[in-house]
Design a protein around this ligand. Structure first.
Ligand SMILES: *[C@@H]1O[C@H](CO)[C@@H](O)[C@H](O)[C@H]1NC(C)=O
Ligand SMILES: *[C@@H]1O[C@H](CO)[C@@H](O)[C@H](O)[C@H]1NC(C)=O
Length: 387
């Protein structure tokens, strides 16, 4: 119902968003009410999936060393292929395996998968967040799917120095009951070489729509994937994300590398509770297309700062509004802070593309290996009427 409301409104011309008559206002109100009710009823479900951090493990008789024997040996999950049950602190060669949430994780070897069936509301959008770590494979990828949607997430780039990153992926529920499958399509020489997986969570998404305060959707990034309360490395929004299936509603990631979704519990955020960190230079771009009226003047405003994560240096965020561009320099001491910028332009099309990226690459100065960058937040687009 909620997505139906936003669907209905997003297909209306922008000028209609200001409710003119009583009926329109009532309809908007009704939708808002319904959305809130559903949101409240469903926020209970936001969080870890059943045994989502794999703390419940197989019986000792279902383990051969670390290898799990039997399809249904891990409570709540069904497995296929070479799946290992890993205890935190376990050693592999000279590599110490550390688990972010609790004490256990699973490892998916070549062609291995884990799956779980769960109930959703048909038509609604959901975002999955999971934590994964590369181990020994050369080219690790994971295929995450909720039929008929699927996405292959590259794990080639390690963003956090401790090896663990959290990834988000979104889908629209086509059935009231769906199955999530995480599959390692790898074909490594060592069949046990594959990513570790821990902490799989879900969150219902409520795609925001433009308002008379902001023509852009979700400009403050407040709506987005589930963030684990106990992890301090944010959530990666992977590359090649289209906006209709984005874990960050309204936005797409067009570049080769991910952008990082950060929360105010663990980072400094210019406004509200969420923002994005542009972690991979020009390879980490975020974009949105909005309706504009040719000939009209617009103001694009946004905040540029740093996440207070020891990411120091001279930063530049480049903003594009169609063919117009603005470079915003920011001197980061890595201790938090931000400045605001404005790009005024005259639209030359009925649709204008807005893109943001960082000019440079940056590394955290505490470990010299975690990718980091400037923070973007509070992105607003308003039409400026000439007197
Ligand atoms: C990913 O998994 C889905 C569902 O199992 C499958 O249909 C799809 O072909 C897979 N994609 C790739 C590239 O392996
Ligand atoms: C998060 O950490 C706290 C304190 O260390 C712990 O009590 C809690 O169980 C953890 N939550 C999860 C979901 O692991």
């Amino acid at each position: 119902m909620c997505s139906l409301c936003s669907l209905q409104f997003s297909s209306l011309p922008l000028t209609l968003f200001k409710p003119k008559g009583h009926r329109m206002r009532r309809l908007v109100l009704l939708c808002a009410l319904l959305c809130t009710t559903i949101h409240v009823a469903f926020s209970i479900r936001d969080g870890l999936m059943r045994n989502g951090n794999f703390e419940l493990g197989p019986k000792p008789s279902d383990l051969k060393g670390t290898q799990v024997i039997g399809r249904f040996s891990i409570p709540e999950w069904e497995i296929t292929g070479f799946v290992e049950y890993i205890k935190s602190g376990q050693k592999q060669g000279d590599m110490l395996l550390v688990v972010p949430e609790g004490a256990y994780a699973v490892r998916l070897g070549n062609e291995a998968s884990i799956k779980q069936r769960f109930m959703v509301i048909k038509g609604m959008y959901y975002s999955i967040t999971f934590s994964a770590a590369r181990t020994c494979a050369q080219e690790e990828r994971l295929n995450i799917s909720v039929s008929p949607d699927w996405g292959v997430l590259p794990m080639q780039t390690m963003y956090s120095s401790n090896g663990w990153d959290s990834y988000a992926w979104a889908f629209q529920a086509e059935f009231p009951e769906v199955v999530i499958v995480i599959h390692n399509p790898g074909v490594e020489e060592d069949p046990a070489c594959g990513p570790l997986i821990d902490s799989i969570a879900i969150r219902a998404l409520f795609p925001p729509r433009p308002t008379n305060k902001n023509i852009l959707k979700n400009g403050g990034f407040e709506e987005g994937p589930y963030v684990f309360p106990n992890t301090s490395w944010g959530v990666l929004i992977p590359p090649n994300i289209e906006d209709d299936h984005s874990p960050l509603p309204g936005w797409m990631v067009e570049s080769l590398k991910a952008v990082k979704y950060i929360d105010s519990d663990h980072f400094s955020v210019p406004q509200g509770r969420r923002a994005v960190e542009l972690v991979a230079g020009k390879e980490s771009a975020i974009a949105q297309v909005a309706r504009t009226i040719p000939g009209r003047t617009y103001a694009l405003t946004f905040a540029v700062g740093d996440a207070s994560n020891t990411c120091a240096g001279s930063m530049i965020v480049e903003a594009f509004a169609g063919k117009n561009t603005l470079k915003v320099p920011y001197e980061s001491k890595g201790k938090g802070g931000f400045k605001r910028a404005e790009l005024r332009f005259v639209a030359d099309s009925t649709r204008t593309r807005f893109t943001f990226y960082s000019t440079f690459y940056h590394m955290r100065s505490d470990d010299f290996s975690s990718l980091c960058g400037p923070v973007l937040d509070d992105v607003k687009l308003l039409s400026i009427r000439k007197p």
